[in-house]
Design a protein around this ligand. Structure first.
Ligand SMILES: Nc1ncnc2c1ncn2[C@@H]1O[C@H](COP(=O)(O)OP(=O)(O)OP(=O)(O)O)[C@@H](O)[C@H]1O
Length: 271
């Protein structure tokens, strides 16, 4: 089986002396429900993401994946526990250290592609020419130079998500957080976007945490997959995706890929 235990992976990292980019420590979240009862959505979540890792989080619907990502992004407060980026606690307001891409298209319809990408830059102390240069760079990275002056309604779903990713990356986040970014796309566009995302990740070296329902997508994109159990959401297991870093779509048919997929699916069924 192409997986290592958590202890084995941890010892490899200790040898590498690598500090985590993002750490979640003993994080729990509950929502008040009727009367004085509480719904425990997340319980004692602990996870670590190392610089330049691409990590996916999978789990059944309603197990708290979006809640966890929203807490990391600073959109929802945790009930207890901490989120650390580069060792510093960041629980609180959303910050440019955490770029977020959602499933729904969240572009500003009245702004052009270039203006959407530039949106966060105007709040930074950056000259207009530096902003233009940065927008040009990210338009190039996501392959949309020709659409700089188009409006979101003139773009396909995949193109809109490229713009959303470029907008998040332009703020140079420490971690890129993605919540089912390709969930609304048809199967073919989704595969194109997966290829695009892997290429982008190898170009930018950004650290990524992505939520997906799609186990195949999680394995294709990531180095490790966290499986969340339900009610309350807990880290049920962590699978190492021991596949070459450079991946073509055909790898999804390889026996080692299928073996990891079987392992993840079995873990998800166990819970
Ligand atoms: N603001 C809220 N108040 C009360 N309960 C909430 C709130 N937000 C989420 N929940 C509950 O928390 C649980 C987890 O929701 P969440 O959206 O995080 O799950 P998920 O794993 O992302 O689901 P899906 O995969 O279907 O998107 C659900 O039972 C949901 O009803």
């Amino acid at each position: 089986m192409n997986s290592r235990t958590l202890q084995e992976q941890t010892s490899v990292r200790l040898l590498d002396r690598q500090a985590p980019k993002l750490s979640i420590e003993h994080l729990s979240k509950s929502y008040p429900v009727r009367g004085d009862r509480h719904l425990n959505v997340l319980q004692d979540i602990n996870l670590e993401i190392f610089p330049r890792e691409f990590i996916c989080l999978v789990g059944a619907s309603g197990c708290g994946k979006s809640t966890l990502l929203n807490i990391i992004a600073g959109l929802t407060p945790p009930s207890s526990g901490a989120v650390l980026i580069d060792g510093r606690s960041v629980t609180g307001k959303p910050g440019s250290d955490r770029g977020m891409v959602f499933q729904g298209y969240t572009l500003y319809p009245w702004l052009t592609v270039a203006q959407n990408i530039a949106f966060g830059l105007q709040f930074q102390q950056m000259s207009k020419s530096a902003q233009r240069e940065k927008v040009g760079y990210f338009l190039n990275v996501v392959g949309l130079e020709k659409f700089a002056n188009s409006y979101p309604k003139q773009l396909s779903g995949g193109m809109k998500q490229r713009v959303a990713i470029a907008r998040a990356l332009a703020n140079e986040p420490a971690v890129l957080l993605m919540d089912e970014p390709f969930g609304a796309l048809d199967a073919q566009t989704k595969e194109q976007m997966q290829e695009f995302l892997l290429e982008l990740w190898s170009k930018t070296h950004v650290t990524v945490l992505m939520i997906t329902h799609d186990v195949e997508e999680a394995i294709y994109l990531s180095q490790r997959v966290y499986v969340l159990s339900c009610r309350p959401g807990r880290v049920q297991s962590e699978i190492l995706v021991d596949l070459p870093e450079h991946r073509e779509l055909d790898i999804k048919l390889a026996p080692e890929f299928v073996a990891i997929k079987r392992q993840v699916l079995q873990l998800m069924r166990q819970e």
